[in-house]
Design a protein around this ligand. Structure first.
Ligand code: HMG
Length: 393
């Protein structure tokens, strides 16, 4: 195999996600907002908002998402960990460094955090593919992990969520190969942003939906110019999903641009998990990809899937992945379904209390109550340091 050769098959070898065990039914939020529940269920296409306990954050979610992959594949060959997030916990230290320890990765591993709103996981995935093409004996662990919280009683509150996705990137991947051709777009806009001093983002909601669609158009044009596949070749499309109706709007928009059939069946399977979890920012597109692979009724072997990644601010990309023979044997469908099914609804008041995550800014010590459903926990914050533990050891 030639180093850097164009015909090296690289892509996603394993795909796993994790969501916490609590959620708020959007019906309860509709009551609080004094709106018809259909506004959220039909208008946005959402049912639930996944919620973290005090001892869960982007680090614990990411470690939980990666664990089944490492249990199955081992850590051998992984020499890079790329952590994509909008909800960083430190301005300097990469959240991935904590994950690296929790997962017992090799000390001879490079670890870095990437940021560009919801787009960063796609940058990480593309970088991982480029790196593995040049170093075919190596593997890269890409994790995308986010907790989406907007201001209370804002229109955006119904589009919150959280979750993490982990992907192992390698040559000869078992699930999907990534085409080298992509279409990209960057524009300096203020549709959604979060200054360092804020816990919740500022968002110009309606404007953001228009920029999302415009960026899709620009990416598609660039993708076609670069020699991308024709619209009709794709059996499935996955879109970044701030809420599932946004994916449907994106799909109709793309079909119109490409003079194609706007058949929503080609994105329906990708929306299933998002409705149950909400926006998990950088992880959303890849939770949609897991949903498409695990909920499409037809055999996808050898078929291309179109992927659209959007991160406010804004950077976007359209690219394609081809489903590999035998992929069905390597999906974590049963585990994912169990994670989604085995959760508890909380009341609106409990949701409010879960938002009040202890944040000792004076260096005092706070022990976190045990709420996490998984084995990794943020046990305490003490002297400005976060202490993560493996509760099973
Ligand atoms: P809103 O004020 O609730 O919007 O804000 P609305 O009043 O237009 O209602 C939404 C839809 O519900 C409409 O459908 C209504 O007609 C419908 P549409 O016209 O769009 O087809 N509706 C009903 N349907 C059935 N029965 C009813 C009913 N009532 C109304 N009774 C908005 C919605 C999305 C703007 C808001 O939730 C928001 O600001 N969300 C956050 C921003 C966002 O998600 N933007 C998406 C694109 S940007 C992006 O994806 C990046 C992001 O993920 C961040 C990152 O990159 O890190 C956000």
């Amino acid at each position: 195999m030639t180093s850097g050769a164009k015909n090296v098959k690289v892509g996603i070898d394993s795909l796993s996600f994790f969501v916490p065990g609590a959620y708020l039914e959007l019906e309860a939020l509709a009551e609080r907002h004094g709106v018809n529940p259909d506004k959220f269920e039909v208008g946005l296409g959402q049912k639930k908002i996944a919620l973290t306990g005090f001892d869960e954050d982007v680090v614990t979610l990411a470690a939980e998402a990666a664990l089944p992959i490492l249990d199955a594949e081992g850590v051998e060959g992984i020499d890079t960990l790329l952590f994509a997030t909008e909800t960083g916990i430190d301005q300097s230290k990469a959240a991935g460094v904590y994950v690296h320890r929790l997962l017992n990765l090799s000390p001879n591993c490079r670890t870095v955090e990437l940021k560009q709103a919801c787009y960063s996981a796609t940058a990480a995935l593309q970088m991982a593919c480029g790196y593995v093409s040049r170093n075919p004996e190596k593997k890269v662990l890409v994790v995308a992990s986010d907790v989406s919280r907007y201001d209370l009683d804002s229109a955006a509150e119904a589009t919150q969520g959280c979750g993490a996705v982990a992907m192992l990137v390698s040559v000869s991947p078992k699930l999907l190969t990534l085409d080298p051709v992509a279409g990209c777009f960057t524009e300096d806009i203020m549709d959604f942003w979060r200054p360092n001093y804020r816990k919740t983002p500022l968002v110009d909601g309606k404007y953001s939906t228009l920029r999302y669609l415009n960026a899709l158009e620009q990416c598609w044009k660039d993708y076609q110019k670069n020699g991308g596949r024709a619209y009709g070749e794709f059996v499935q499309f996955c879109y970044h999903l701030p809420f599932s109706r946004m994916g449907e709007k994106g799909h109709r928009h793309l079909a119109k641009l490409a003079n194609g059939e706007p058949n929503l069946d080609r994105c329906k399977a990708s929306l299933v998990y998002n409705r149950e979890v909400g926006n998990c920012y950088a992880a959303s597109l890849y939770m949609g990809l897991a949903s498409a692979l695990e909920n499409t009724e037809i055999d996808l072997t050898g078929k291309p899937i179109g992927l659209y990644s959007y991160g406010s601010g804004a950077v976007a990309e359209f690219f394609a992945a081809e489903v590999q023979p035998g992929y069905g044997d390597h999906l974590l469908k049963k585990r994912h379904k169990a994670l989604l099914d085995d959760r508890k609804a909380v009341s609106y008041d409990t949701y409010l209390s879960l938002r009040a995550v202890p944040d000792p800014q004076d260096g005092s010590s706070v022990e976190m109550p045990r709420l996490a459903r998984g084995r990794y926990r943020l046990a305490k914050i003490d002297k400005h340091k976060r202490h993560y533990v493996n509760a099973s050891s």
